[in-house]
Ligand binder design. Sequence first.
Ligand code: PHE
Length: 443
Amino acid sequence: MGGREHWTGRFGFIMATAGSAVGLGNVWKFPYEAGQNGGGAFLLLYLFFIALFGLSLVIAELLLGRTTQRNPVGAFRALGGGAWPLVGGVGVLAGFVILSFYIVVAGWTLAYLGFMISGDLGADPAVLGERFGAFVGSPLAPIGWAALFMLLSVAVVIGGVKGGIEKASRILMPALFVLLLLLVLRSISLPGAEAGLAYYLQPDWSRVTMETVSSAIGQAFFSLSLGMGALITYGSYLQRDANIAGSATIIVGLDTLVALLAGLMILPAVFAFGFDPSAGPGLTFITLPAVFAQMPAGQWFGIAFFALLAVAALTSAISLLETVVCYFTDETRLGRKGATAVVAAIAFAMGVPASLSLGVWSGITVPGTSLGIFDFLDFTASNLMLPLGGLLTAVFVGWRWSQPAAEALRGAGMPAALLPVWIAVLRYIAPLGIAVILFGALR
Ligand code: PHE
């Protein structure tokens, strides 16, 4: 081997990994889930899970990658052997599944960027709702946009770790933060924004059910890119003595901040214009264009918003693609170009039925469930595979791997005083907490 690429330094690593974490999960999913699940109550649950085991698991995954310099399957094989590589295998599979429906929604963001630029969406929420439904449900256009988005991701991943992923993230992530701050300031200064702020910041516990708790934990995993080895992969491009605990804290902090800010950007605007916060997945694509249409210079804010969403989605899709590509380049004789082409083609082929299930195939449900193909892929990956992967990773690092403490302390790693806390989270708190919720979700 010998030829593994590494990040150029700490800034590049943090931007790329924060780029993986910050995505549609933060800007599209989080605000609508908060809107559906009692606003502030969902927010607090989400923050609770991130603090309880999110950060510890991010550190654990990055450490597995840094130590082994391997893809998820290879990392578990190197340190555990036996059946453990299967955990990495399920992760790689989850990467495929998530990528397939992720590019569908990411394609919508590109399409809406186009609609915003041409300025022909109109302002009537009812019309916007019909338009969104018609667009998403049409057989060809969304698939074309998804293909375009996949090609963008492929172009970056083919450029490699330094010249592709890190380079793109170094530019795109700071741009994203600037756009986001601009939009938050605009949103909270709208007349009537207070009602949205109150909804978002004052928890309504009466709306909280087992399902809410399960969505909040699924959201924490999805948003942190946890449980499928994406962070093992990005950690494997770290030098063996690179800081992990400090960088992980910054990455988790940035991811949480962006979700919080995305809520602050969307919910006050929704209330200021009298829309329904529980509109669901359409919140971003129906409600926001209506909001933009009523704002001074709204077209420009609209363009900025969908550009932001596309950028956030791109740096995440790159990491999904890279995780699977890394598996194939490490474990087979495929080169980077070949592996990227094969993985992208398969994930795209899986994305086609996902997209069709929102239109012409909307009557079809996956046998044994009441879910359509798109929702089934999302639910299975986000609410089952990722938490399960996270649970097993915690058990692996906490109980099976013999050296986690020494590795965590190496190279400006974890403060020694926090080590026992980290180990206790991985051994007891994370496995028990996740198991309870996982079984709750399955019942
Ligand atoms: N974290 C990304 C988001 O919030 C999605 C993602 C999940 C990326 C898992 C990589 C791995 O959109």
